[in-house]
Design a protein around this ligand. Sequence first.
Ligand code: ZN
Ligand code: ZN
Length: 288
Amino acid sequence: MSNKPHCVPDFYCCYLLRSIPKPNSFYIGSSPDPVRRLRQHNGAVRRGGAFRTKRTGTRPWKMVCFVYGFTSKIAALQFEHAWQHSYKTRFIETDDRLVTKKNTRNGIATKLGNLRLLLRHPYFDTMNLHIRFFDRLVWESWETNKFKIDFKVPACEVDEAVLTDESQLDDLNELNLERIRAFYDDHISYESSIFQRYQDELTYGEKHCMLCDKKIDYIHDEGTQMVTFCSEDECNFISCLSCLYKQFTKNSMEIIPKAGHCPSCHRLLEWSRLVKYSTTIRQNLVDK
Ligand SMILES: [Zn+2]
Ligand SMILES: [Zn+2]
């Protein structure tokens, strides 16, 4: 798939690293390729790797969780910046701040509290961001929700790694890298299979919007019609993105819907993903 800067990224995550030898050292970063990035942080790739993660005694690092599903690279960078600067970011209300000064040494509970506050902000909330944990203790701390922040993150996932008792293991960072790699590879191939299906259906065969009946003609139409599909394999729903938007916002006050039911198979579809697929297809077909 394309790497053009204006494209919606296949994957972009904002991650939290924790030093294995010094568990009170953390690092927040973002990347379209967490596998490569983690290897850089741990010095396995000669070039790259943030300066801070080279500090003596902090390597190796473990990627304990990440947030993904950003609708653009910019959004991921904004999230990263806000999480790093949680003492002053505009995405956290002044009264809600857990940290008010720069350079305060704060532990995992505070890092996760700030994460929850950011996910609660309407700007990030509408993106349907997913959070995935790769560490048992960090996951337990998340569940404890020390600061009692009133927001339940809808898409919270726990990796198999969380089930492992790691206290006796000495190759923790290798195992962590394997878990990140397994997730990343699966995710990328799943996303590209959906994308490929959308693209094939549009390229071969005449389609009509199932809501307004307008003909969809990507090959000859130089207009700006955006098309959407249901991502379920057995469902053949297709429509203009704008028609589905109207449907999703019909009975709500939301400007950007979070999700809605497929008019055909009634499964719940995340709006941000639909937009992502539509935009990517539009770019790929029109840029040809
Ligand atoms: Zn339509
Ligand atoms: Zn459907």
